[in-house]
Design a binder for this molecule. Structure first.
Ligand code: TA6
Length: 301
């Protein structure tokens, strides 16, 4: 067991799952070893930024519904493998804590996942190492580094499937994607031309924005805050809200939970999947920052 600072404790969390709890100078945080799922980031003096559902299950055979599940090494369904878990095996696996540090301001945790007997017979059977670095500070920084330990070139998809808490999705806007073409999962194949304004939510929304390295922001006027999401090493962004019917269809989604969450996912999926030569590494990073300024833009009716 590695040495951990006094601001970090490894304890038993919901569902009896092991969880690392962080009480740092700049923020409170929580990350389950199950899926290396960050489930809380609360900046000092602020309110929780990540969303957890009222019906989220904490069990080792299901992904945690909320926080930041890690989708890897595929996104969505795995073509040709109908029995493969949605969004890959990383969010269903137990990661290991390999480093923990408190520098007096930020608390940094590093977790690791490598191939094992199960992954080597999965829909993605390659040798790999994934190292996930999480910095709990006045900002939340996430970095997923994947290294190809096999002797063949590999392709993989990855997403930080981030659930953000909002007062009411019907009064939320997401900026930064103006003009970017997107795949609309609800409208079938083929990219859709971009839209000139911010993303607003009036029904189920499930969009993959292609070829965008832009910073985005979730404007929650009712909460008087915006959450700004910067990214590096990511060429796509997914925006999702299940709305009424999809939320009803998901057993680990409370019927009204859809109103208080939005997913903005820093990712490399589809045409932006990553190709790694033997021995190669790739890092995808996202940083979240709360801007407490109320939104100057009028809230859409
Ligand atoms: O991120 C959008 C999405 O791919 C949606 O299509 C929806 O399936 C969502 O992920 C949640 O997927 P999950 O497997 O966690 O229920």
């Amino acid at each position: 067991m590695i040495a951990i600072p006094s601001s970090v404790s490894l304890t038993t969390g919901r569902g009896g799952l092991p969880v690392l709890q962080v009480n740092g100078p700049a923020a409170r945080g929580e990350i389950y070893l199950h899926g290396a799922t960050v489930t809380d980031w609360t900046p000092a003096g602020g309110s929780p930024v990540l969303w957890l559902g009222s019906a989220s299950r904490f069990a080792d055979d299901t992904a945690i519904r909320g926080g930041v599940p890690i989708c890897f090494p595929w996104f969505g369904a795995r073509a040709g493998h109908p029995g493969a878990p949605s969004h890959g095996f990383a969010r269903l696996s137990e990661w290991s804590l390999v480093a923990a540090e408190d520098d007096g301001q930020d608390v940094t945790l590093r977790l690791r996942l490598t191939d094992d007997d199960q992954t080597r017979v999965s829909a993605w059977p390659h040798r790999f190492e994934a190292v996930y670095t999480v910095v709990f500070g006045s900002r939340l920084s996430l970095a997923l580094q994947v290294t190809n330990l096999s002797d063949e070139t590999v392709n993989f998809e990855e997403a930080l499937h981030t659930y953000l808490e909002v007062r009411d999705i019907r009064a939320v806007e997401v900026s930064g994607l103006e003009g970017a073409a997107f795949h609309d999962r609800l409208a079938g194949p083929g990219p859709v031309r971009g839209e000139p304004g911010p993303v607003r939510f009036r029904s189920e929304t499930d969009r993959t924005y292609l070829d965008t390295r832009a910073r985005t922001a979730v404007h929650d006027a009712q909460a008087g805050r915006s959450v700004v999401i910067s990214k590096d090493g990511s060429a796509a962004t997914v925006v999702w809200n299940p709305w009424i019917d999809k939320a009803l269809a998901l057993s680990d989604f409370g019927d009204d939970d859809w109103t208080t969450m939005v997913c903005v996912e820093v990712c490399n999926v589809g045409d932006a999947a990553i190709q790694l030569a033997p021995g190669g590494s790739h890092t995808m990073a996202a940083t979240f920052e709360v801007d407490p300024d109320p939104i100057t833009r009028s809230t859409p009716r």
